[in-house]
Design a protein around this ligand. Structure first.
Ligand SMILES: *Cc1c(COP(=O)(O)O)cnc(C)c1O
Length: 388
């Protein structure tokens, strides 16, 4: 290593702390390593307790949770589901797993979440409501659900979306992965709709290596989700399966990790908030760089700290800034390709989402790991200040 070489600073890595070793060792010592065991039950119960009630079903990952949640919510092949255009691809893929179609809804420009105005506009100008069903009159398809994704740690403005869903009998599936612990009007996101999903992938607020959770207030939906995630097993002794299910259960080993991580969740959130405050403080006197504002109804967990780069003021574009960071061994990333442009969803139709396009062009996510040190963060801020 040359004397000037610096250790690299990753974007967002797991923070393995607390009683992880103790709990995992217990699984190994007792042989309870697979998809049954006390840690699975405990992890489910503790997530329910944290989120203030409801029924919880652990799954093998967040995408699987979304797949089953959509199916439980009654989404069928050839239905349409309204989903955030500016999101990781998982929710849109889960819609397609069922043979249903995503309708990409633009972000609003202030805090970058699914726009309730665009949801209303789609329903009011593209759909007809008759015999208790909402139909897209251009495609002829039934619209059955809305899937808002709380992105980057910040909640979606849910009330107007819930009101539209109520009016037209649509199910609401929240993807609360990135907003786990965030509050909308004082209430934790994840069980504000009909059913909610979490992921515990390595870069989330807490991790099980890979894992997910379905949350719902409806006992019959919970029962059906549990059934579908365990191969729709109707009679465990005679191996009778009532329909085509999935092998989507979380293992006890992973749940053990989850229990230990969950004990650290509030510290992880505090760390994210502290990182956000330090970035925000630094940005005050760097022209051309701004971050996501938080309206009074939102309490963000700042899962990923993302800035907007105004090239005309700052002197460099977000992509150029990413290159400068890379040269300083600092990992940064643009936001996701807006899903209406994704080759994977090219057959979903054409959608105009100018805000998502704009955010994709100007945004840059900064190192946000729970374990990011002040010294590391100062190195990032230093490059932000220097610009070109
Ligand atoms: C990470 C993520 C997922 C996918 O979860 P996996 O556990 O990786 O399948 C789903 N939705 C959002 C918003 C995510 O950030």
């Amino acid at each position: 290593m040359s004397p000037t070489a610096q250790a690299s600073i990753p974007l967002c890595i797991p923070h393995i702390d607390g009683r992880v070793w103790e709990y995992v060792k217990e699984c190994l010592d007792t042989g309870w390593v697979s998809s049954a065991g006390s840690f699975v039950d405990r992890f489910e119960a503790e997530i329910a307790e944290y989120i203030g009630g409801g029924h919880t079903i652990a799954t093998v990952n967040g995408t699987a949770a979304l797949h089953v949640a959509l199916r439980v919510a009654g989404v069928r092949a050839d239905d349409e589901v309204l989903v955030s255009a500016l999101s990781f691809i998982a929710p849109a893929n889960a819609i397609r797993y069922l043979g249903a179609w995503p309708v990409f809804i633009d972000a609003e420009p202030d805090y970058w979440q699914m726009s309730p105005k665009c949801v209303a506009e789609f329903v009011n100008t593209q759909c007809r409501f008759s015999s208790g069903e909402l139909r897209n009159f251009r495609t002829g398809r039934r619209v059955s659900a809305i899937l808002p994704v709380h992105i980057l740690g910040h909640p979606v403005d849910l009330d107007p979306i819930l009101a539209i869903a109520e009016e037209y009998g649509l199910a609401v599936i929240e993807d609360a992965t990135e907003g786990f612990g965030a509050r909308y009007k004082g209430k934790l996101v994840g069980r504000l709709g009909d059913i909610g999903c979490l992921s515990f992938n390595g870069n989330k607020l807490i991790t099980t290596g890979g894992g997910g959770m379905i949350i719902t207030n409806k006992p019959d939906w919970a029962e059906r989700a549990r059934y579908l995630t365990t191969q729709a097993k109707a009679d465990p002794v005679e191996f009778v399966h009532g329909e085509i299910g999935y092998n989507y259960r979380l293992t006890n080993l992973q749940a053990a990790l989850g229990c230990a991580q969950l004990e650290r969740l509030s510290e992880h959130i505090s760390a994210k908030r502290r990182i956000a405050m330090r970035y925000a403080e630094a940005l005050k006197d760097i022209p051309g760089l701004t971050s996501m504002p938080t309206p009074p109804w939102a309490e963000s967990v700042y899962w990923m700290y993302t800035i907007l780069v105004d090239e005309t003021v700052h002197g460099v574009s977000s992509r150029k800034l990413m290159k400068l960071m890379e040269a300083a061994c600092i990992q940064t990333r643009p936001l996701w390709q807006p899903l209406q442009h994704s080759p994977a969803h090219a057959d979903a139709g054409s959608f105009d989402c100018p805000v998502a396009d704009w955010l994709n062009a100007v945004a840059l996510s900064l190192p946000s790991s729970v374990g990011l040190t002040d010294k590391q963060q100062d190195r990032v801020i230093d490059v932000l200040r220097r610009g070109d």
